[in-house]
Design a protein around this ligand. Structure first.
Ligand SMILES: [Zn+2]
Length: 465
């Protein structure tokens, strides 16, 4: 019950949190961590983990059969309890073709029907609300439940198991939490979540100047799990390799962004451990996880994946197309045939040497982006700036154009009914993050800046270095 309340009051609570001294922030982070740990390591989670491990030895036909059952259950639940699907036909899903009779849900449709897509079977006070910006920088508010937090964690722990680590192995985290005030210029740039044996590191304070403090701290964390966004761990790896002394971690988990091979290589070199990547989303409708042999496996208990071409026909193995997901787990906001905007392909050929029969799929999502170099030396990864967009709801695209050494322009492409207030809010948050040395302006644009190959970078860095 705390998580739904906390999530909906984050914006109000943050300024208060930031006024506390570091030791108090550890206590507050740990207090929230204690509640989250109750969900993450609940008896239900651990029972589910056990079941998931057993299910790995199922034959492909058994997996296909179980997927159809889960599809039917998700579909029936959606029709029964979600206004948006009330007029969908009553069908029996016996194969992929039956599913293909249903319409595809575009991201824009989900954005404009966020209320209609909430299930009436979940009381509003049990809904956890979160924002996601996907691949376009356009915000979408999604809902989920504490049940989903439990089961989602079981999937995460299964991948830990593949990597040979046990639940609650200590970890160091570089995701997007704003855990240290932006204006802070001295360590600690981190805070502790003791109940979960986790240290949350700020991804908003990385710079040449602060690097020694980060590295000194990390070198005292050897043997722990390192987890974070690929671009952030990439920046960190550069610092480590530049310093010339690798820091051995136990294993590394990345997610939230495409992991390019050269970034993977330098992270593994800097931290002397294997990277296990995964692809998921805040909509909680699908999951792809890397196994111990480097295969990217579709997780069949999590959601159903179609890969479709421009005409919505199924792609042959090896052929790249759009991911269209039907989630099995999120009962608060079920998404049926949701085209999320990412792309990928089924990997043809032999089964994975790990022995798991889950299909292999290669996400080819390429949210290309530059890194923002602040005048004071701080480096911002695309994911760090992405966090700012999660509160706004009225853009089709939003980009950050670093056009002069001391200036960044928020460049927003509005969707219908946009509010200038949203854009000014983002401008103000970015100004707050970057500090007074940088000038932040905002402008409305008719379309996004597109690079050759159709890629739309989040950060466009035009400053020669
Ligand atoms: Zn495998």
């Amino acid at each position: 019950m705390l998580e739904p309340w906390l999530r909906s009051n984050f914006a109000r609570l943050m300024p208060l949190y930031e006024r506390f001294p570091a030791p108090a922030r550890h206590v507050l982070t740990s207090a929230r961590g204690w509640f989250l740990a109750q969900l993450r390591y609940s008896p239900e989670t651990l029972a589910m983990l056990k079941k998931l491990r057993q299910q790995e030895s199922r034959r492909p036909e058994e997996i296909a059969c179980a997927q159809l059952e889960s599809l039917q259950a998700a579909y029936d639940h959606a029709r029964r309890s979600v206004p948006f699907y009330a007029n969908y036909p009553a069908i029996v899903i016996r194969n992929a073709r039956d599913l293909q009779a249903l319409p595809i849900l575009e991201r824009e449709t989900v954005r404009s029907n966020q209320q209609q897509l909430q299930s009436g079977s979940i009381a509003p006070r049990h809904r956890i609300r979160a924002g996601t910006t996907g691949t376009t920088g356009a915000n979408l508010r999604v809902a989920y439940t504490e049940d989903l937090v439990r089961s989602n964690w079981a999937f995460l722990l299964r991948q830990w198991d593949w990597a040979g680590v046990q639940p609650r192995h200590p970890r160091v985290t570089f995701f997007g939490a704003r855990i240290v005030p932006a204006s802070r210029t001295e360590p600690p740039y981190w805070t502790h979540n003791w109940p979960d044996r986790q240290t949350l590191m700020s991804i908003f304070h990385l710079s040449e100047k602060t690097a020694p403090a980060y590295l000194a701290y990390l070198s005292r964390q050897k043997g722990k799990i390192l987890e974070g966004f690929p671009s952030v761990l990439g920046i960190l790896a550069d610092f480590v390799l530049h310093a010339g002394e690798p820091i051995s971690m136990r294993v590394i988990f990345t997610s939230g962004e495409p992991l390019f091979p050269e970034i993977r290589a330098k992270i593994e070199k800097a931290f002397q451990a294997r990277v296990f990547d995964s692809y998921g989303m805040t909509e909680y409708c699908g999951l792809i996880q890397e196994c111990e042999r480097g295969g990217m496996h579709l997780i069949p208990e999590y959601g159903y994946l179609e890969i479709l071409d421009e005409e919505n026909r199924s792609c042959a193995p090896g052929e790249e197309g759009y991911f269209v997901w039907t989630g099995f787990l999120n009962r608060a906001m079920p998404l049926i045939r949701y085209r999320i905007g990412d792309r990928g392909r089924w990997q043809p050929g032999e089964a994975c040497p790990c022995g798991k029969t889950f299909p292999l799929v290669v996400p080819t999502i390429t949210r290309e982006s530059d890194i923002l170099h602040c005048a004071d030396g701080r480096l911002f990864s695309p994911r760090a700036l992405n966090q700012l967009l999660k509160q706004s709801s009225s853009f089709r695209f939003c980009q950050f154009v670093h056009d002069r050494p001391d200036r960044v322009v928020v460049r927003a492409v509005p969707s219908n009914g946009h509010s200038g207030a949203d854009m000014m809010q983002i401008r103000a948050s970015l100004q707050d993050l970057l500090g007074a040395e940088m000038q932040v302006t905002a402008e409305i644009a008719a379309g996004p800046l597109v690079r050759p190959g159709g890629k739309i970078p989040l950060i466009v860095n035009e400053v020669p270095r």
